[in-house]
Every structure is written in C-alpha cells, then in structure tokens.
Design a protein around this ligand. Structure first.
Ligand code: FEO
Length: 395
C-alpha cells in the first residue's frame, strides 16, 4: 500500500502483510494478517519512526520515496529492536547513510547483536527531546512493553503517541484508522495481542499508563506499530489495557482438552452442561484443532480453567502439554483450575496435568476426575456434577 497522510507532515509509510499467519515463529497465529507500521515526519528535519520487517524493505523505501527521497532522512528512531520493526535497517543504512539513529541503551545492544552493522546509535532516555524544527519528539522509555529495549515516542505538537508494540493489533486492512474497520474484529485482535504478548507484563503496563496519566500529555492519536491507528477516542484502548492488566475476570470457564478416542471429549461435554446449569459462560476447545492464540485470548477474562486429556504413556497428550507450557509462560494469576480425563489400562494424565498447572497464579480447586475407557451413565453424571462443583468455586 502507498503512503498515507495522517496529519500535516506526518505519514504512515509502513506495509500491510496480508498473508502472514504464523508470527513469532508459530507462537502467534495471525488469522487476519498484520501490518508493520513505520512513520515519517517531515519538518525542517525529517524523521522516520521504526522500520518494517526485512522482506518488505523495498516497499518501505518506495513509500518513503512517495513523500521525500529516502536519502533526505535526517533521523531514524528505533522504538524497539525486534526484527519486525528493525529488519529494514540494513536497507535504510544504505539508502540514508548519514541519518542519525536514536533509541534506548537496550535497543543499541539489541541492534548491534542482531545486525552487526556498526550502527552509530545515540542513546536517549525518558525526558530527552529531539527538535525537528516546528515539531518536537519526546522519548519515554517503556521497558517490558514488551521488551527491555522498548520505548514510546511522543510528538507533542500533534498530541500523537507512537508506542510501538503496545496498543497494537495483528489486523491487515486497507484502512489505516480504528474508526474505519469492523469494531468487533478490532477489539478481538487488540485483546488477542494483549493476552498473547503483554499479559505477563501487566504490572509494568499499569505502571507505565499511570506514569503517562501523571505526565498529563494530551493524546489525540495513538499510532502503534501493528494494525490500525487509534484516532476516534484513542483513550478507549488505554482504558482497555488498564482493565486487562488489572486481571479483570468474570464467571467464565475455558475448557481445553485433547482426546484419543472420544471418551475425554464425552466427559468434556457433560462438564460443560454442569457449568452452564450454574449460569457459567463456557468456551470449549479441542487443543489439537484450535490455535493457541484464540484460546489464550478467551482465557484473559476467564476465572476458571479446566484441562482434560486422555492418558497416553502415563502422561497427558502432547498438544495439551504444549499448550500448557505456553500458557505457563504468560503467568496468569488468580485463576482456579481442575483436570479430568479418560484412561485405558493405566492412568496418569490427570495427575500430570495437576502437577504441571499448579502455580502461584493457578489454584487447583477440586480433585481431578478420571474415567476408565468409555464413561457410562453414572460416570457422565459425575462429569456433570464436576462442572457444577467447579462453578460454585468461581465466586
Ligand atoms: Fe516486539 Fe512487533 O515486535
């Protein structure tokens, strides 16, 4: 896509990656694609905020060239070193070899070790400013939102915040602004982004937002480095981040299970009935046929997690084990959990799941439920009661 004017002298020069489906390796399924946003500010001096993923370098340079010859760029700001935002630096270094480069001390360390280009990066700290002429950039370090090197850049004269990954969404679209896309898809992708990337750093998110509020910076637009730009009521996404980071949950349960021959699935369905009979909102997923990204998004608001697996070699099935490993890394807190599953000649999965998921943030609130081979009517009744009992623990 061509460059888009956001405000006088401020342009989006990023790229839309319509076809990306696996992001961060395969840890994030980007079912709606993504964008890598780069912003060009044209004043007496010309600044570029962040670049794009390396394979799209030519597109970035072509978009810049629609506005100014790339060699005219005076300053490059790296808000974050991850390759989806820095991958075009080698191409840029050739296109504008005299541009001065700015970022945090950690971003300098990151980029030096990633590209070995001898980048002469000028280290900036919170409170430092860079005049472009009539416009001024201010820098706000934002460690762990979501890397130690992360930084926000603020354009005071336009009340425009460039927070890099924070407030982003993996959403490819021909529109550039939040008020031009489907509102349901947008909030779903913003929620998925927070849950899958920023959840473990919730306390830092709250601290940074509190710090920004105390700075009393007017914010008319938030331009993240993925997805659309928050234009209409930009504080809406900031308020959502506060709600998510405060670990707000509701009477909701996510059941994630994996089944060998269908018995564990039969148990899962009756557990759902028990939960629903107590007025609980439920989401049920067979982990072998659902992507982690969607399940994790649903887990953000769920107060309870129930895990099910058939026993295989005295252990849980591998797709569930992988999912639990991923979930653990996101460090959910204040959640209640239980486990269930069927077995053949020897059990083991329920015990393994319980010992794996128990953590300071996840409390096992009732004994696990195991069924030998195929559940009979009495055992299915027990599954229903298992759901009812769990529902009563969700207060
Ligand atoms: Fe942390 Fe979008 O990269």
């Amino acid at each position: 896509m061509s460059a888009v004017k956001l405000l006088p002298g401020v342009y989006w020069v990023g790229v839309v990656d319509w076809n990306v489906r696996a992001f961060h390796g395969h840890t994030y399924i980007t079912k709606r694609g993504s964008t890598y946003n780069s912003y060009l500010i044209v004043d007496e001096k010309i600044a570029l905020i962040d670049t794009v993923y390396g394979p799209f370098s030519d597109q970035l340079l072509a978009n810049i060239a629609e506005i100014v010859p790339p060699e005219k760029i005076d300053y490059i700001i790296s808000n974050h070193g991850e390759t989806d935002h820095s991958g075009s630096l080698p191409a840029l270094k050739k296109a504008c070899p005299n541009a001065k480069h700015f970022g945090t001390a950690k971003v300098k360390e990151t980029l030096e070790k990633m590209y070995y280009l001898g980048l002469d990066l000028h280290v900036v700290k919170s409170g430092d400013t860079l005049s472009l002429g009539k416009k001024t950039l201010s820098f706000i370090e934002a460690p762990m939102l979501h890397w130690p090197d992360s930084m926000f850049t603020y354009l005071a004269e336009d009340a425009l915040l460039f927070p890099n990954d924070a407030f982003g969404q993996h959403l490819a679209s021909s529109a550039r602004f939040s008020d031009e896309v489907d509102a349901g898809a947008l909030i779903e992708e913003a929620e998925a982004y927070f849950a899958n990337i920023l959840w473990p750093f919730s306390s830092m998110v709250l601290r940074k937002i509190d710090e920004l509020v105390k700075m009393k910076l007017p914010v008319k637009m938030i331009a993240p480095s993925h997805g659309v730009i928050w234009r209409k009521d930009p504080m809406q996404i900031v308020n959502s981040y506060v709600e998510w980071a405060k670990n707000t949950t509701r009477k909701k349960v996510v059941i994630a299970y994996e089944t060998m021959w269908g018995s564990t699935e039969k148990m899962a369905y009756r557990i759902v009935d028990g939960l629903v009979s107590e007025g609980v909102e439920v989401k049920l997923y067979d982990v072998a046929h659902t992507d982690n990204t969607e399940m994790i998004r649903e887990m953000l608001y769920a107060r309870g997690y129930i895990f099910g697996s058939s026993t295989h070699d005295n252990n849980m099935l591998p797709n569930l084990a992988m999912f639990l490993e991923f979930l653990k890394g996101l460090k959910p807190t204040g959640r209640k959990a239980a486990a269930f599953g069927s077995f053949g000649w020897a059990g083991g999965a329920v015990k393994e799941m319980e010992s794996f998921i128990a953590s300071p943030g996840i409390e096992i609130v009732q004994p696990g439920l195991s069924v030998k081979f195929v559940p009979n009517a009495d055992e299915l009744k027990k599954c229903f009661e298992f759901g009812v009992e769990f529902a009563k623990k969700l207060v």
